[in-house]
Design a protein around this ligand. Structure first.
Ligand code: G1P
Length: 271
């Protein structure tokens, strides 16, 4: 059973400037609700019981957001607004399930994952990248079902334009399991167009084995001097660990870019 999730939240959000100049991108409202709450709700609905947030000192406002329950209490004591009471209950529920760890230097997603090592109890855990919003279908829930069936790691996958492969981790697909699921034989972080083995991209949902920590501890910096989770995954594949690419249902929204962020509110308001 997958009961724990980790969410790297230390990113600076430069693609969303000026909105992120003093504000954490994950708290920006998407159709009236902070982006991070969509991610948390996806986790809860998928059966996750504990979420580890990897933040930085610069993004302490994320912790403050979930630790502001006394403020709600004072307001509710003065006026019994049912909407605020519901929001208060929601914040308390989230707060109970979140643990915070810190990544104060931007050394990449792999480095962020390592910071959560001491909290991970089970053989597998879920990781969600908060820029990647998937609506209309719970991608994590489907991935957990696949994991339970095949007892292997699972990563979300989506077809992208060939000219855009340099923006993503890209899979080399191996054996087809069914229409939506493939074992992969390689994954390459942001390859050049002529080195890309396919146009199937890694989207930010991963079910990873605990053993990834030992790989990350030895992992040398890759593209742009960062420690990439993709490179550690490739090391595991080289040792015959099974990884499945899951072509998810639902709609992908890239909330880390200005265009995607603006589009996300419009798309969600239509649901
Ligand atoms: C990260 C991963 C990349 C993946 C992408 C999905 O890249 O390193 O493999 O395809 O997330 O959003 P980033 O968005 O941090 O550049």
């Amino acid at each position: 059973m997958i009961k724990q999730a980790i969410i790297p939240l230390a990113g600076l959000g430069t693609r969303l400037l000026p909105l992120t100049s003093v504000f954490a991108k994950e708290l920006l409202p998407i159709n009236g609700k902070p982006g991070i709450e969509y991610i948390l709700d996806e986790c809860i609905e998928a059966g996750i019981k504990e979420v580890i947030f990897i933040i930085s000192k610069k993004k302490i406002m994320i912790k403050n957001y979930f630790y502001n329950d006394n403020f709600y209490k004072k307001i509710i004591a003065k006026k019994k607004d049912s909407r605020i009471i519901n929001e208060y209950k929601k914040i308390l529920k989230y707060k109970k399930m979140i643990k915070f760890v810190y990544q104060n230097e931007p050394l990449g997603t792999g480095n962020a994952v390592l910071k959560a090592k001491k909290y991970i109890k089970d053989k597998y855990f879920l990781m969600l990248l908060p820029d990647d919003l998937i609506i209309k279908h719970n991608c994590s829930k489907s991935m957990i079902q696949i994991h339970n069936k095949y007892k292997s790691s699972v990563m979300a996958s989506m077809s992208v334009n060939r000219k855009d492969v340099t923006r993503w981790g890209i899979y080399k697909l191996n054996k087809k399991i069914d229409k939506k699921n493939y074992f992969i034989s390689d994954v390459i972080e942001k390859p050049s167009i002529n080195k890309a083995p396919s146009n199937k991209a890694v989207i930010g949902r991963y079910i990873l084995p605990k053993n990834i920590f030992s790989k990350l501890l030895k992992q040398k910096p890759g593209k742009s001097g960062e420690i990439h989770i993709t490179d550690a995954i490739q090391s595991l594949i080289d040792e015959n660990y099974k990884f499945i690419a899951h072509h998810f249902s639902g709609k992908y929204l890239d909330c880390g870019s200005m265009n995607g962020y603006i589009k996300s509110s419009l798309e969600i308001s239509k649901i």
